[in-house]
Structures are given as structure tokens and as C-alpha cells.
Write a protein that binds this ligand. Sequence first.
Ligand SMILES: Cc1cc2nc3c(=O)[nH]c(=O)nc-3n(C[C@H](O)[C@H](O)[C@H](O)COP(=O)(O)O)c2cc1C
Length: 179
Amino acid sequence: MPNTAKTLVLLAHPNLANSRVNAALADVARQEEHVTVHDLYAAYPDFRIDVAREQRLLLAHDAVTLQFPFQWYSTPSLLKLWLDEVLTYGWAFGEGGTALHGKTLRFAISTGHPAEAYGPDGINRFTMAELLRPLEATANLIGMTLAEPLILQGNNPFNPLPDETLALHAKHYRQALAA
Ligand SMILES: Cc1cc2nc3c(=O)[nH]c(=O)nc-3n(C[C@H](O)[C@H](O)[C@H](O)COP(=O)(O)O)c2cc1C
């Protein structure tokens, strides 16, 4: 059966012009027929989010992917503001707040530190799964079903990932968006 589910990619990179990983992933996402790539920093350079527009976009899609570089163990600030302002009481959670129930949510995250930096013996002490708990809790509260996160780790200016590693990850990303 052909897949006609629509996916909204909320791309949140504060400096996409200097991005390697997220720029490449956004490019492959844009090639997918049923995927809308919504670049939040391009849409709201002044951080004034059009909440009604964002909620309409969410309603028009079956799945949502939050695509962003990990920044201080969290989302970039505009994506945090987006969560604060768009996921309103009575709409996304609380009494009558069922707008997103049953939709799928995925995180597509890049990190500068490599995988071994995330864990009890690593410089960051905690695993990615532990650090992603607040986002997982958010998905739970708004009734969305979490898909397996897609995480590409270890791209930094001192030690950029090989082109083949990025290309393979981009291929997996495209497959996940198409699935
Ligand atoms: C303000 C800031 C905070 C960052 N915080 C983290 C972090 O907490 N953990 C990490 O592994 N990398 C961190 N990084 C590195 C970015 O995650 C990394 O450069 C990015 O994922 C690479 O993707 P890109 O090529 O699309 O920019 C940070 C970068 C910036 C600019």
C-alpha cells in the first residue's frame, strides 16, 4: 500500500548556513513527497511565533519530526519557545487537549560530542536516553506516539564525521521519513 501519511519536519537550526549535518538532512527531507520541511528560524527570525499557523500545520500532518542540533543537552531556544507557545492547554494537553493524540513524534538530533561522551564514564555523564527524558515526557503528555529517535553524533569542527557516515545517516533519515 502506498504511504500517504504526511510528515511535518520542524527544522530548528540557529545557523543553517553554517550547518553541515542538519543542512544535509533538510535537503534529503525536502526530496520526500509527503514531507513538509518547516524551517523555524527562517519563519520566525524575530522569535514571534504564529501559534494559530503552527497549530494548523500540526493538524494537517500525521507525523511530526523535530530536527535540531543538540544545544546544552536540549533543543535550540526557538524550538523550546515553539513548545512553550504552540502546545497550549486545552489544545495539546489538559481538558479537551487532544489535538495531537495518536500522531507520531520523532526526534532527529545531531550532537557535537561522539556517542562515547554520553554515558556514566563520558564527559557528559548521562546517556542520550536520559537527557531526552523531558522531550519524552512532553510526547507522553500530549498523547503522541514516539518513534525511535535518529541521532547522529560526533560532528564537530575538530573532528568532522566522514562524508560516508553522513551520507548513510541521511539515507536512513530519508527512509524513516518515507516509512
Ligand atoms: C550553543 C551550542 C551548544 C551546544 N551544545 C551541545 C551539547 O550539549 N552537546 C553536544 O554534543 N554538542 C553540542 N553542540 C554542538 C552541536 O550539537 C553540533 O555542532 C551540531 O549538532 C552539528 O550539526 P550541524 O552541522 O547541523 O550544525 C552545541 C553547539 C552550540 C552552538
